[in-house]
Design a protein around this ligand. Sequence first.
Ligand SMILES: Cc1cc2nc3c(=O)[nH]c(=O)nc-3n(C[C@H](O)[C@H](O)[C@H](O)COP(=O)(O)OP(=O)(O)OC[C@H]3O[C@@H](n4cnc5c(N)ncnc54)[C@H](O)[C@@H]3O)c2cc1C
Ligand code: FES
Length: 256
Amino acid sequence: MKYDTMQCEIIYRKQPAPGIHDWIVDAEDFARAAKPGQFVHVLVPGKTLRRPISICDIDAENGTLRLVFQERGEGTAMLGQKRLGDFVDLLAPLGNGFELGDTSRRALFVGGGIGVPPLLAAARPFGQNATVILGFRNQESVILARDFALAGCRVFIATDDGSMGFHGTVADCARQYAAKTDVLFACGPKPMLKALGALAEEQNIPAQFSLEERMACGVGACLGCACKILRDGKEIYAHVCKDGPVFDSRSIVWEE
Ligand SMILES: Cc1cc2nc3c(=O)[nH]c(=O)nc-3n(C[C@H](O)[C@H](O)[C@H](O)COP(=O)(O)OP(=O)(O)OC[C@H]3O[C@@H](n4cnc5c(N)ncnc54)[C@H](O)[C@@H]3O)c2cc1C
Ligand code: FES
Protein backbone atom coordinates (compact mmCIF):
# COMPACT_ATOMS: atom_id res chain seq x y z
CA MET A 1 0.00 0.00 0.00
CA LYS A 2 1.23 3.49 -0.79
CA TYR A 3 0.82 5.82 2.14
CA ASP A 4 -2.46 7.63 2.67
CA THR A 5 -4.23 9.75 5.25
CA MET A 6 -7.07 8.49 7.41
CA GLN A 7 -9.09 9.70 10.40
CA CYS A 8 -8.58 7.02 13.04
CA GLU A 9 -10.57 6.63 16.25
CA ILE A 10 -8.71 6.11 19.53
CA ILE A 11 -10.40 2.99 20.87
CA TYR A 12 -8.09 2.40 23.84
CA ARG A 13 -5.85 4.70 25.82
CA LYS A 14 -3.85 4.54 29.01
CA GLN A 15 -0.84 6.20 30.61
CA PRO A 16 1.58 3.42 31.59
CA ALA A 17 4.21 5.81 33.02
CA PRO A 18 4.38 9.56 33.72
CA GLY A 19 4.12 11.47 30.42
CA ILE A 20 3.75 8.30 28.34
CA HIS A 21 0.62 7.60 26.29
CA ASP A 22 -0.44 4.22 24.95
CA TRP A 23 -3.14 4.23 22.26
CA ILE A 24 -4.85 1.66 20.11
CA VAL A 25 -6.38 3.24 17.02
CA ASP A 26 -8.93 1.84 14.63
CA ALA A 27 -7.07 1.89 11.29
CA GLU A 28 -8.09 -1.13 9.23
CA ASP A 29 -6.33 -0.31 5.95
CA PHE A 30 -3.10 0.69 7.68
CA ALA A 31 -3.12 -2.38 9.92
CA ARG A 32 -3.41 -4.64 6.87
CA ALA A 33 -0.51 -2.93 5.10
CA ALA A 34 1.86 -1.95 7.92
CA LYS A 35 5.14 -3.62 8.67
CA PRO A 36 7.09 -3.63 11.98
CA GLY A 37 9.43 -0.63 12.15
CA GLN A 38 7.29 1.65 10.00
CA PHE A 39 5.79 4.81 11.46
CA VAL A 40 2.74 7.05 11.30
CA HIS A 41 2.82 10.84 10.88
CA VAL A 42 0.26 12.35 13.25
CA LEU A 43 -1.46 15.65 12.57
CA VAL A 44 -1.51 17.97 15.57
CA PRO A 45 -4.43 20.38 15.12
CA GLY A 46 -3.10 23.90 14.55
CA LYS A 47 0.46 22.76 13.71
CA THR A 48 1.85 22.68 10.19
CA LEU A 49 4.20 19.75 10.74
CA ARG A 50 2.99 16.30 11.65
CA ARG A 51 4.73 14.31 14.42
CA PRO A 52 6.36 10.95 13.58
CA ILE A 53 5.40 8.08 15.91
CA SER A 54 6.50 4.47 15.44
CA ILE A 55 4.02 1.70 14.96
CA CYS A 56 4.38 -0.23 18.20
CA ASP A 57 2.10 -3.13 17.37
CA ILE A 58 -0.11 -4.26 14.51
CA ASP A 59 -3.31 -6.28 14.78
CA ALA A 60 -4.23 -6.96 11.15
CA GLU A 61 -7.15 -9.20 12.15
CA ASN A 62 -8.89 -6.54 14.22
CA GLY A 63 -7.68 -3.67 12.02
CA THR A 64 -5.82 -1.75 14.72
CA LEU A 65 -2.46 -0.12 15.32
CA ARG A 66 -0.87 0.57 18.68
CA LEU A 67 1.08 3.79 19.24
CA VAL A 68 3.10 4.57 22.35
CA PHE A 69 4.54 8.05 22.72
CA GLN A 70 6.14 10.35 25.22
CA GLU A 71 5.23 13.99 25.79
CA ARG A 72 8.36 15.84 24.73
CA GLY A 73 7.19 19.25 23.52
CA GLU A 74 4.05 21.14 22.60
CA GLY A 75 2.85 18.78 19.84
CA THR A 76 3.03 15.55 21.82
CA ALA A 77 1.55 17.32 24.86
CA MET A 78 -1.45 18.33 22.72
CA LEU A 79 -1.82 14.77 21.46
CA GLY A 80 -1.72 13.61 25.08
CA GLN A 81 -4.94 15.58 25.68
CA LYS A 82 -6.88 13.36 23.26
CA ARG A 83 -9.61 11.26 24.82
CA LEU A 84 -11.10 7.85 24.13
CA GLY A 85 -13.34 8.11 21.05
CA ASP A 86 -11.47 11.12 19.64
CA PHE A 87 -10.13 10.87 16.09
CA VAL A 88 -6.56 11.48 14.95
CA ASP A 89 -5.47 12.22 11.40
CA LEU A 90 -2.70 9.77 10.44
CA LEU A 91 -0.49 9.66 7.35
CA ALA A 92 0.72 6.05 7.10
CA PRO A 93 2.32 3.59 6.72
CA LEU A 94 5.65 5.41 6.30
CA GLY A 95 9.28 4.31 6.11
CA ASN A 96 10.86 1.00 5.25
CA GLY A 97 10.47 -1.05 8.45
CA PHE A 98 12.62 -3.94 9.69
CA GLU A 99 13.57 -6.87 7.44
CA LEU A 100 12.79 -9.69 9.86
CA GLY A 101 13.98 -12.58 7.66
CA ASP A 102 14.01 -16.08 9.14
CA THR A 103 12.26 -15.87 12.52
CA SER A 104 13.74 -19.20 13.71
CA ARG A 105 17.07 -17.37 14.16
CA ARG A 106 18.12 -16.25 17.64
CA ALA A 107 17.30 -12.55 17.61
CA LEU A 108 18.41 -9.93 20.11
CA PHE A 109 16.18 -6.85 20.42
CA VAL A 110 17.60 -3.85 22.26
CA GLY A 111 15.52 -0.77 23.03
CA GLY A 112 16.37 2.38 24.92
CA GLY A 113 13.63 4.53 26.49
CA ILE A 114 11.08 5.66 23.93
CA GLY A 115 13.01 3.59 21.35
CA VAL A 116 11.34 0.50 22.83
CA PRO A 117 7.87 0.72 21.13
CA PRO A 118 8.83 -0.12 17.50
CA LEU A 119 10.51 -3.34 18.65
CA LEU A 120 7.32 -5.01 19.94
CA ALA A 121 5.77 -5.79 16.54
CA ALA A 122 9.19 -6.87 15.25
CA ALA A 123 9.92 -9.22 18.18
CA ARG A 124 6.46 -10.82 18.20
CA PRO A 125 7.06 -13.18 15.20
CA PHE A 126 10.32 -14.41 16.83
CA GLY A 127 8.51 -15.36 20.06
CA GLN A 128 10.77 -17.53 22.22
CA ASN A 129 13.67 -17.04 19.79
CA ALA A 130 13.79 -13.39 20.83
CA THR A 131 15.85 -12.07 23.71
CA VAL A 132 14.75 -8.54 24.52
CA ILE A 133 16.77 -6.03 26.52
CA LEU A 134 14.90 -2.87 27.47
CA GLY A 135 16.73 0.08 29.01
CA PHE A 136 15.23 2.91 31.05
CA ARG A 137 16.31 5.63 33.46
CA ASN A 138 14.63 3.95 36.42
CA GLN A 139 11.92 1.48 37.45
CA GLU A 140 9.12 4.09 37.11
CA SER A 141 9.96 4.60 33.42
CA VAL A 142 9.66 0.93 32.44
CA ILE A 143 7.11 0.34 29.67
CA LEU A 144 5.96 -2.63 27.55
CA ALA A 145 8.03 -5.27 29.41
CA ARG A 146 4.90 -7.37 30.03
CA ASP A 147 3.86 -7.10 26.37
CA PHE A 148 7.15 -8.56 25.16
CA ALA A 149 6.84 -11.36 27.75
CA LEU A 150 3.28 -12.11 26.59
CA ALA A 151 4.67 -12.39 23.04
CA GLY A 152 6.85 -15.25 24.36
CA CYS A 153 10.15 -13.33 24.38
CA ARG A 154 12.80 -13.52 27.12
CA VAL A 155 12.86 -10.05 28.63
CA PHE A 156 15.63 -8.31 30.57
CA ILE A 157 15.47 -4.81 32.00
CA ALA A 158 18.43 -2.48 32.44
CA THR A 159 18.16 0.76 34.41
CA ASP A 160 20.61 3.66 34.69
CA ASP A 161 20.12 3.91 38.45
CA GLY A 162 19.94 0.16 39.14
CA SER A 163 16.40 0.41 40.57
CA MET A 164 15.35 -2.57 38.42
CA GLY A 165 17.24 -5.35 36.63
CA PHE A 166 20.75 -4.83 35.26
CA HIS A 167 22.48 -1.72 36.62
CA GLY A 168 24.01 -0.06 33.56
CA THR A 169 23.51 0.48 29.87
CA VAL A 170 21.66 -1.84 27.51
CA ALA A 171 24.84 -2.08 25.40
CA ASP A 172 26.76 -3.51 28.37
CA CYS A 173 23.86 -5.85 29.12
CA ALA A 174 23.66 -6.93 25.43
CA ARG A 175 27.32 -8.00 25.47
CA GLN A 176 26.35 -10.96 27.70
CA TYR A 177 24.02 -12.34 25.01
CA ALA A 178 26.04 -11.50 21.89
CA ALA A 179 27.59 -14.96 21.54
CA LYS A 180 24.11 -16.50 21.29
CA THR A 181 22.76 -13.97 18.79
CA ASP A 182 22.25 -14.49 15.04
CA VAL A 183 20.66 -11.11 14.33
CA LEU A 184 20.28 -7.82 16.22
CA PHE A 185 17.53 -5.20 16.04
CA ALA A 186 17.69 -1.94 17.99
CA CYS A 187 16.13 1.47 18.48
CA GLY A 188 17.12 4.19 20.92
CA PRO A 189 19.42 7.15 21.45
CA LYS A 190 22.41 7.55 19.07
CA PRO A 191 25.15 6.82 21.69
CA MET A 192 23.36 3.55 22.55
CA LEU A 193 23.13 2.57 18.86
CA LYS A 194 26.75 3.52 18.28
CA ALA A 195 27.88 1.22 21.11
CA LEU A 196 25.67 -1.60 19.78
CA GLY A 197 27.05 -1.01 16.27
CA ALA A 198 30.57 -1.54 17.61
CA LEU A 199 29.45 -4.73 19.39
CA ALA A 200 27.73 -6.05 16.26
CA GLU A 201 30.83 -5.37 14.19
CA GLU A 202 33.16 -6.99 16.74
CA GLN A 203 30.96 -10.11 17.00
CA ASN A 204 30.08 -10.15 13.30
CA ILE A 205 26.32 -9.97 13.97
CA PRO A 206 24.07 -8.52 11.24
CA ALA A 207 22.20 -5.60 12.78
CA GLN A 208 19.35 -3.25 11.84
CA PHE A 209 18.90 0.01 13.71
CA SER A 210 15.94 2.37 13.63
CA LEU A 211 17.10 6.01 13.62
CA GLU A 212 15.32 9.11 14.83
CA GLU A 213 15.72 12.39 12.99
CA ARG A 214 13.64 15.58 12.97
CA MET A 215 11.12 15.35 10.17
CA ALA A 216 8.93 17.66 8.13
CA CYS A 217 7.08 16.00 5.21
CA GLY A 218 7.80 12.40 6.28
CA VAL A 219 7.64 11.12 2.69
CA GLY A 220 11.01 11.98 1.12
CA ALA A 221 10.01 15.30 -0.45
CA CYS A 222 11.81 17.97 1.61
CA LEU A 223 15.30 16.79 2.67
CA GLY A 224 14.34 17.70 6.24
CA CYS A 225 15.60 14.41 7.65
CA ALA A 226 18.85 13.88 5.74
CA CYS A 227 21.45 11.62 7.36
CA LYS A 228 24.81 10.40 6.10
CA ILE A 229 25.11 6.74 5.20
CA LEU A 230 27.65 4.59 3.39
CA ARG A 231 26.59 3.10 0.07
CA ASP A 232 29.09 1.19 -2.10
CA GLY A 233 31.91 2.61 0.03
CA LYS A 234 30.80 6.22 -0.55
CA GLU A 235 29.18 8.61 1.92
CA ILE A 236 25.82 9.79 0.63
CA TYR A 237 22.79 11.50 2.17
CA ALA A 238 19.69 9.37 2.75
CA HIS A 239 16.21 10.35 3.91
CA VAL A 240 15.47 8.84 7.31
CA CYS A 241 11.73 9.06 6.53
CA LYS A 242 11.84 7.22 3.20
CA ASP A 243 15.11 5.24 3.01
CA GLY A 244 14.80 4.51 6.75
CA PRO A 245 14.09 4.83 9.58
CA VAL A 246 15.69 1.35 9.64
CA PHE A 247 19.26 1.03 8.36
CA ASP A 248 21.85 -1.73 8.28
CA SER A 249 24.17 -0.82 11.17
CA ARG A 250 27.25 -1.06 8.90
CA SER A 251 25.89 1.66 6.62
CA ILE A 252 25.43 4.26 9.37
CA VAL A 253 28.00 7.07 9.54
CA TRP A 254 28.33 7.91 13.23
CA GLU A 255 28.89 11.63 13.40
CA GLU A 256 29.91 13.18 16.72
C1 LIG B 1 10.73 7.63 12.76
C2 LIG B 1 10.43 8.19 14.14
C3 LIG B 1 9.69 7.45 15.03
C4 LIG B 1 9.40 7.96 16.30
N1 LIG B 1 8.67 7.18 17.13
C5 LIG B 1 8.35 7.65 18.35
C6 LIG B 1 7.55 6.85 19.23
O1 LIG B 1 7.14 5.73 18.91
N2 LIG B 1 7.25 7.38 20.44
C7 LIG B 1 7.71 8.63 20.81
O2 LIG B 1 7.43 9.04 21.93
N3 LIG B 1 8.45 9.40 20.02
C8 LIG B 1 8.78 8.94 18.78
N4 LIG B 1 9.52 9.74 17.95
C9 LIG B 1 9.91 11.08 18.41
C10 LIG B 1 8.73 12.06 18.23
O3 LIG B 1 8.49 12.22 16.85
C11 LIG B 1 9.07 13.42 18.85
O4 LIG B 1 9.17 13.27 20.24
C12 LIG B 1 7.97 14.44 18.54
O5 LIG B 1 7.97 14.74 17.15
C13 LIG B 1 8.19 15.71 19.34
O6 LIG B 1 7.19 16.63 18.96
P1 LIG B 1 6.76 17.82 19.96
O7 LIG B 1 5.90 18.76 19.22
O8 LIG B 1 6.23 17.25 21.22
O9 LIG B 1 8.15 18.46 20.34
P2 LIG B 1 8.79 19.83 19.83
O10 LIG B 1 10.22 19.83 20.28
O11 LIG B 1 7.94 20.99 20.18
O12 LIG B 1 8.76 19.65 18.26
C14 LIG B 1 9.17 20.64 17.36
C15 LIG B 1 9.41 19.99 16.01
O13 LIG B 1 10.56 19.13 16.07
C16 LIG B 1 10.21 17.79 15.73
N5 LIG B 1 10.88 16.90 16.68
C17 LIG B 1 11.20 17.18 17.96
N6 LIG B 1 11.83 16.15 18.53
C18 LIG B 1 11.88 15.17 17.58
C19 LIG B 1 12.40 13.85 17.55
N7 LIG B 1 13.00 13.33 18.61
N8 LIG B 1 12.28 13.15 16.42
C20 LIG B 1 11.70 13.68 15.33
N9 LIG B 1 11.18 14.92 15.29
C21 LIG B 1 11.28 15.65 16.40
C22 LIG B 1 8.69 17.73 15.89
O14 LIG B 1 8.13 16.72 15.07
C23 LIG B 1 8.27 19.11 15.49
O15 LIG B 1 8.20 19.21 14.11
C24 LIG B 1 9.85 9.25 16.67
C25 LIG B 1 10.61 10.02 15.78
C26 LIG B 1 10.90 9.50 14.52
C27 LIG B 1 11.71 10.30 13.57
S1 FES C 1 11.00 14.60 6.33
FE1 FES C 1 10.90 15.45 4.33
S2 FES C 1 12.38 14.25 3.29
FE2 FES C 1 12.26 13.26 5.21
